[in-house]
Design a protein around this ligand. Structure first.
Ligand SMILES: Nc1nc2c(ncn2[C@@H]2O[C@H](COP(=O)(O)OP(=O)(O)OP(=O)(O)O)[C@@H](O)[C@H]2O)c(=O)[nH]1
Ligand SMILES: [Mg+2]
Length: 412
């Protein structure tokens, strides 16, 4: 496992932390033994081989001694670089995107998940294919424009991939439609949707299990969760909510995967409340939080969606550090410090969630024609009706509701 430390992004994150995360990623793949890992400083990136030639030779000898079959490079490796390094070292090479795709492929369980990963992998492969061939042609001194030696082959390969992409997209559309029907049905059921989001390994599934008594796989393993899970939950206020556990995020999440998982992450887009779970004991907790915020924005999550930030794994922080965190959290609106493992701070979280749904209500009187039976039933199920009388024009109803409830009602 190599983590190229490029000067350009050095101020962003510590290379050693990046390497540790990459090793954890590798550990998330079965049948893989990491025999060595190190940060490789890259002063000037070499377009053809990424690393300088001296480094390439030195690594070659060490890979041979350790009988390495696979080299993981934690960063983007261009198709040309990949080809050249694989040839020079006599190994298979995966870059960060390739590695994450492998993990997702290994984890996908539902039909939808499998198709999404397949789609992401294909679009990744497609770029590799094209550029690798372009390079090959240049090496051969190809003709430049039409009819180069590899031309028809690339075209054929590309077309084959395109055909497959179209086929999968079509199947996926069907699945998405079914989900949409379910979602529409759920929207008529007046339970607010709460979505857990956060960096991978932050403790989303652990918290989900604690809150719902479910047994979703929670493991010290990156991307333990891939397919979304939902469960009902009754808050101390007596209100029922639906909570969803989702795939974790990671920095430099391959764009192909963000696109592919958009449908799965629709629960997050639709959420009435987002719980952003952070591993507050992690040395780069702040950077991770920033990455999560960036990905949420890229997914199109509305800025208006209320959020509660959860500082999880408080049990791993001690002394003054811990006191400081607890105090900060108490002083801030919408921040809860807790431990999903020990359960400390959990009752307070449930209270905060209840409050989030009970806040800022406005009153309204409206008249609903008797033909609007479904809306009428919805209002009652939602528990927003204060008083009701029957008039010639229909039900005259006095309501007290939140802006979100009103919006949902208007979209009905
Ligand atoms: N000490 C401590 N460990 C925790 C806490 N919450 C979660 N963990 C551990 O952190 C690891 C990751 O937890 P998960 O719940 O699987 O994390 P996740 O966010 O669902 O991760 P992905 O599904 O991989 O994105 C597991 O080993 C948990 O036992 C906590 O409050 N304290
Ligand atoms: Mg999980």
């Amino acid at each position: 496992m190599l983590h190229p430390d490029l000067r350009a992004d050095r101020e962003r994150r510590l290379a050693e932390n990046g390497l540790a995360e990459a090793v954890a990623l590798a550990a998330a793949l079965p049948n893989l033994e990491v025999v060595g890992s190190e940060v490789v400083r890259v002063g000037r990136m070499q377009p053809g081989t990424l690393f300088g030639s001296g480094k390439v030779d030195e690594l070659k000898a060490r890979f041979a001694a350790l009988e390495v079959d696979l080299v993981l490079v934690d960063g983007p490796v261009s198709p040309v670089q990949q080809r050249n390094l694989e040839k020079a070292w006599g190994v298979k090479l995966l870059d960060r995107t390739g590695l994450i795709l492998e993990i997702f492929a290994d984890r996908a369980r539902t039909r939808e998940g499998v198709m999404q990963v397949e789609l992401a992998a294909l679009s990744y492969q497609r770029t590799r294919l094209v550029r690798a061939w372009t390079h090959l042609e240049r090496q051969r001194g190809g003709f430049g424009f039409v009819g180069g030696p590899g031309e028809t082959q690339i075209e054929a390969d590309r077309r084959a991939i395109d055909d497959q992409v179209i086929r999968i997209k079509r199947q996926l559309e069907k699945v998405v439609k079914t989900r949409e029907l379910h979602r529409a049905a759920r929207r008529r059921v007046p339970f607010p949707l709460v979505a857990l989001v956060g960096y991978t390994n932050a403790g989303k599934s652990t918290l989900f299990n604690r809150m719902t008594g479910a047994e979703v796989l929670a493991k010290d393993m990156l991307f333990a969760t891939l397919d979304p899970t939902m469960r009902g939950l009754v808050l101390p206020s007596g209100r029922k909510i639906i909570i969803s556990d989702t795939v974790g995020f990671i920095s430099d999440l391959p764009t192909q995967l963000v696109a592919a998982f958009r449908a799965t992450l629709e629960e997050v887009l639709e959420a009435d409340l987002i719980l952003h779970v952070r591993d507050i004991s992690h040395p780069e907790s702040a950077e991770q939080a920033a990455d999560v915020a960036k990905i949420l924005a890229a997914l199109g999550v509305k800025a208006a969606t209320p959020q509660i930030e959860i500082w999880n794994k408080l049990d791993l922080v001690q002394g003054a550090m811990r006191d400081g965190l607890v105090q900060q959290a108490q002083g801030r609106d919408g921040v809860m410090a807790l431990s999903a493992l020990t359960g400390e701070g959990l009752p307070e979280l449930l209270e905060a969630i209840s409050r989030a749904f009970d806040e800022a209500k406005s009153d309204l009187r409206l008249t609903l024609p008797f033909s609007e039976g479904r809306r009428h039933a919805w209002l009652h199920a939602e528990g927003v009706v204060l008083a009701e009388t029957q008039t010639e024009d229909g039900w005259q109803i006095d309501l007290r509701w939140t802006a979100r409830q009103e919006q949902r009602y208007r979209e009905f």
